[in-house]
Design a protein around this ligand. Structure first.
Ligand SMILES: Cc1cc2nc3c(=O)[nH]c(=O)nc-3n(C[C@H](O)[C@H](O)[C@H](O)COP(=O)(O)O)c2cc1C
Length: 325
């Protein structure tokens, strides 16, 4: 399946694995790239640029296919060493970067000069248009369903994707709620040229996370996520658990006066405890509503092959029949 996204990134299938904190290590990124998609190493999970450089080297040992790095620009005062991370990406010969969070404009010239293609993750049409105007090569359009940060507009992908298609000239992938061949065909029908998946890739054999995390995703339904941190305008979709219930109770009690410090126990530094130790109630961790569509833990290759086979079957079988006259 050829699209502007497969051509832009030199990949076989139009499937991207989004950056995921404490999930997007070399093992997962390489498995996705080896299966013909675009795997993404999560930059900020590596505490220093040197560690990112090492993770990029590790990924390159595991695959000779293209892979990318996610750089999330956080709205924090004490900013990570972004110039150092970008140097590690360029020196590591990486040719694709997924940016997210704040506007990446400042960093685009450096990345483009090194021949790196940039896909910016956006949760609205207006941010997608901004990304296009500053020179991003593609956009990942992240609907309200998504795991992680859906923004504050709450527009689901059935509206957001065709709206993006109406306005954008650069190619975009559908992100949020994507799980299978049906998702891919729907994304293409709505104007996207591929799809980005987060939660679905966690429940794979190669995802280097604790088995409890994978089982929690398989056990969850589409009703089991919650939105937290809305009063802080930093909304995150997370899996419901005891810590999240506590957090939501605090949000109810403190209302608009809530500060980050009030919920620090539920959100700060919880990822290693959950993803590596499998302590599932340790805090709030990102998870999409798509958990309701995830029923197994295949290998990444089985997953991607299945998605592509199902997509082709839908296009040439089920959909073609509607056209049979
Ligand atoms: C556990 C987890 C951690 C994530 N961490 C990041 C991150 O650090 N940076 C980022 O840009 N997106 C992050 N995301 C968002 C994903 O890259 C992707 O956009 C999102 O998961 C898509 O929605 P889906 O989960 O419905 O597929 C994370 C998502 C999950 C589930």
């Amino acid at each position: 399946m050829k699209t502007r996204i497969t051509e832009l990134f030199g990949i076989e299938h139009p499937i991207i694995q989004g950056g995921m904190h404490f999930v997007g290590f070399a093992e997962l990124a390489a498995a996705v790239s080896n299966a013909g998609g675009l795997g993404i190493v999560t930059g900020l999970t590596q505490k220093t640029p040197e560690l990112l450089a090492q993770e990029i080297r590790r990924c390159r040992e595991l695959t000779d296919k293209p892979f990318g790095v996610n750089l999330t620009f956080l709205p924090t005062v004490s900013s990570p060493d972004y110039p150092g991370y970008i140097r590690a990406i360029i020196d590591g010969g990486v040719k694709a970067v997924e940016t997210a969070g704040n506007n990446p404009q400042k960093w685009l010239p450096m990345l483009h000069e090194a021949g790196i293609k940039v896909i910016h993750k956006c949760t609205s049409v207006r941010h997608s248009l901004k990304a296009q105007s500053i020179g991003c090569d593609a956009v990942s359009v992240d609907g309200f369903e998504c795991g992680g940060h859906p923004g504050e507009d709450d527009v689901p992908n059935f509206i957001l994707l065709p709206r993006a298609a109406e306005e954008l000239d650069i190619p975009f992938v559908a992100s949020g709620g994507m799980a299978d061949g049906r998702s891919l065909v729907a994304a293409l029908a709505l104007g996207a040229e591929g799809m980005n998946m987060g939660t679905r890739f966690i429940a794979t054999r190669e995802a280097p996370v604790h088995e409890n995390v994978k089982q929690a995703i398989v056990a969850a339904s589409e009703l089991d996520t919650r939105l937290v941190m809305r009063p802080l305008r930093n909304t995150e979709r997370v899996m419901r658990n005891a810590a999240v219930d506590r957090l939501i109770e605090k949000e109810k009690q403190l209302g608009v006066s809530i500060r980050f410090e009030d919920i620090i126990d539920e959100v700060a530094g919880v990822y290693p405890k959950i993803m590596q130790q499998g302590t599932m109630d340790a805090g709030a961790w990102s998870c999409g509503m798509v958990a309701g569509l995830i029923h197994d833990i295949p290998s990444v290759k089985e997953l991607i092959d299945r998605i592509m086979a199902e997509a082709h079957e839908i296009i040439t079988g089920r959909l073609a029949r509607f056209n049979a006259g």
